[in-house]
Ligand binder design. Structure first.
Ligand SMILES: [Zn+2]
Ligand SMILES: [Zn+2]
Length: 388
């Protein structure tokens, strides 16, 4: 008996759900689901994980006018534009542990020493600049309000840094499956050899995080984390705040250097050395964040992340790319413009589309959600019929 003939254990079969072209067997999916959530799935409540499609590849929606008996297939996963719901359901037990594994409660790269040192350095340098500006305020070199603005910008930059470092950049879970559209378009899907998971398009395996990351841009040692679909917002905010900090202090120091003649605005002797060192720091930070901001913006406009761009440049296939620009709502979410400047998790209109994969658990929950909505709609329709 060769090793190929040995019966596969359930775990291996569950991970294979994502790779096979045909829809998984309902019974297998049910048992995988049970083991994933550690709960019992009621077969009567369970909804089939297969939909019918017409010739154009569009899911067939059961018609109200038609006989309901004939159209007994469940509602397909279709959402009207602009309609969304927040899926906060997660019945995996949360553990207080740091790491990049699926079982870790808090995402953090603790194994990479260089990254940890560089991320700490960001905090030290930012704090140093804030202390310098505060000392300038105390010694009456600049008006207090200017010092306060700088400290606020600095605090925001550090908050965004912490959020970028501690947010899961979009790691692909073991139970990830291709979305309906991907399954329809292609019978075969790529797998990650290291993670043994479905590898969504535009994702990459990060050797430092040891995970596949959705829409991975690059692994940033200054953040000690990958920059991917789920934390690109926080990363961009960090760049913008740091860029503003650097530009702000350069203007402040430049103005003092060129236009200050009287005693009112001269910097104190004790602070002047700190200011000189900070000027070099700010020039460096300004140039670096400028180039990174252009890099990320170019990536959004072309739809090609940093890694892909470098690869395509190396193989001279840059012009053949057919990627589409990434809309800002896939980075900053749809929860209103007032949430954009703050490092809060973005709400996406379609989480699966943004991440590039689906999960059986989520599909089933969404299916139930759609069914409930349909029942509500039917009741409402019946109500209006009775009224008229
Ligand atoms: Zn991987
Ligand atoms: Zn990484």
């Amino acid at each position: 008996m060769s090793s190929f003939d040995t019966p596969k254990n359930e775990n291996a079969m569950c991970t294979e759900i994502g790779t096979s072209s045909s829809p998984p067997q309902p019974s297998l999916l049910r048992s995988c689901l049970s083991s994933a959530c550690g709960c019992q799935i009621d077969p009567s409540e369970y909804l089939e994980y297969s939909f019918k499609y017409n010739k154009n590849g569009e899911a067939i929606i059961p018609d109200d006018d038609d006989n309901q008996q004939q159209n007994s297939q469940p509602l397909p996963r279709i959402r009207a534009p602009g309609e969304y719901y927040v899926d906060t359901y997660n019945d995996a037990p949360w553990s207080f542990s740091f790491g990049t594994g699926e079982e870790n409660g808090i995402w953090m790269n603790s194994g990479d020493q260089a990254g940890s040192i560089m991320a700490t350095l960001v905090w030290l340098l930012m704090t140093y600049s804030a202390v310098t500006v505060t000392l300038l305020t105390v010694t009456e070199g600049i008006p207090p309000i200017l010092g306060m603005i700088y400290t606020y910008l600095c605090a925001m930059a550090l908050a965004c840094h912490a959020k970028t470092s501690l947010t899961d950049p979009g790691s692909v879970p073991r139970s990830a499956v291709p979305q309906e559209e991907q399954r329809r378009e292609s019978p075969s899907h790529s797998m990650c050899g290291q993670c043994q998971t479905f590898k969504p398009p535009m994702s990459h395996h990060c050797r430092i995080c040891n995970r596949c990351v959705s829409r991975m841009d690059h692994h940033c040692p200054w953040m000690n984390n990958c920059v991917g679909a789920a934390n690109l917002k926080h990363f961009m905010l960090f760049l913008i705040y740091t860029w503003t900090c650097a530009a702000y202090s350069l203007v402040l120091f430049g103005w003092n250097y060129f236009f200050c003649a009287d005693e009112d605005c001269t910097f104190h002797v004790l602070v002047i050395h700190l200011v000189r060192a900070m000027t070099f720091l700010c020039i460096g930070a300004f140039l670096f964040t400028s180039s990174m901001l252009m890099n990320v913006t170019y990536g959004l406009m072309t739809g090609i992340g940093t890694i892909d761009r470098l690869k395509k440049k190396a193989t001279n296939t840059m012009s053949q790319s057919d990627e589409e620009p990434i809309p800002l709502k896939d980075v900053f979410g749809i929860a209103g413009y007032h949430t954009w400047p703050f490092p809060v998790d973005p709400v996406f209109d379609d989480y699966d589309r943004v991440m590039g994969y689906s999960m059986p658990q989520r599909l089933v929950r969404e299916q139930q959600f759609m069914e409930q909505a349909a029942v509500k709609q039917q009741k409402a329709n019946a109500g209006t019929v009775e009224m008229t």
